[in-house]
Design a protein around this ligand. Structure first.
Ligand code: FES
Length: 106
């Protein structure tokens, strides 16, 4: 399934990810800049902050328990569409997903 990462500068990068992997892992696997994922996806760092494109928020669903608290500590202020990308698992339904990256993760 393809995921497009849009950097704060506006540059877009589309990469192929595997079903079952997270949006964070997919970025790391493909060398996408702008996602760090320091804690390895255990919801402890907030360096995987992303903004889900408005067209996709229905499909990515709602935040996990505890996600919001961590997003509160993210380097760039959270918005309604903010998610921890390690908590979004790729499913076939998410093919074409677009996420926007914050200017900074630290
Ligand atoms: Fe640390 Fe997502 S990778 S919270």
């Amino acid at each position: 399934v393809n995921v497009t990462y849009v950097a704060a500068s506006g540059s877009r990068q589309t990469v192929a990810g595997n079903v079952g992997e997270s949006v964070m892992q997919t970025a790391l696997n493909s060398g996408v800049d702008g996602i760090i994922g320091e804690c390895g996806g255990s919801m402890a760092c907030a360096t995987c902050h992303c903004f889900v494109d408005e067209a996709w928020t229905d499909k990515t669903g709602t935040r996990m328990d505890g996600e919001e608290d961590l997003l509160d500590c993210a380097a760039v202020e959270m918005q309604d569409t903010s998610r921890l990308s390690c908590q979004i698992r790729l499913t076939p339904d998410l093919d074409g997903l677009v996420v926007h990256l914050p200017e900074s993760q630290t």
